[in-house]
Design a protein around this ligand. Structure first.
Ligand SMILES: [Mg+2]
Length: 171
């Protein structure tokens, strides 16, 4: 079986726009740590998978095509700049907080686990929202919370890091 690091997107691999949506590559501010972190994650034998809620599509602030284009640009940039990219990207455009797929549901992690033969107990979910931590716990992964300038309250019962690079000390 494989092991994976599941990454939330906005607030973890790129800067979150508080109260708004990152709609395109021009608005996408990559974490300065990400290239090195991805290289090390892969070197340590983990798959790297994005698990992201993108309600901006459901709200028609952007289209699904815009989202897919942005993810293609992200992957192309990572490949060129760092020689590494994400193995897969899962997103939910659902609007409802009760969505069976949108985080805090573990559904996207479970989909990835089935497709990639991932041992969830050996895997990590890293996020900057309580919903990321809940999704990881419900899927059975280890969880780590990244504090950002937007953090109001740190969820209980999880490991906390202050920069994405600190993740590497845990793997
Ligand atoms: Mg986030």
């Amino acid at each position: 079986m494989n092991k994976a690091v599941f990454f939330d997107r906005d607030g973890v691999i790129n800067e979150r726009i508080k109260g708004g949506y990152v709609r395109n590559w021009d608005e996408f501010v990559l974490s300065p740590d990400l290239g090195n972190v991805l290289q090390q994650v892969r070197a340590k034998g983990y798959l790297a998978v994005i698990i992201t809620n993108q309600r901006g599509v459901g709200r028609e602030i952007m289209t699904e095509k815009d989202l897919l284009k942005l993810h293609e640009q992200l992957q192309a940039h990572l490949s060129t700049a760092f020689g590494v990219k994400f193995d897969d990207i899962y997103y939910s455009t659902d609007l409802s907080n009760d969505s069976p797929r949108r985080k805090p549901s573990p559904a996207m992690l479970l989909e990835a686990a089935e497709k990639w033969d991932i041992d969830l107990a050996s895997s990590w979910m890293v996020g900057d929202s309580t919903s990321d931590i809940i999704a990881g716990k419900q899927a059975g992964t280890k969880t780590v919370y990244l504090v950002t300038k937007h953090t109001d309250e740190v969820p209980a019962d999880t490991i906390v890091i202050g920069s994405l690079s600190e993740l590497l000390e845990l793997l």
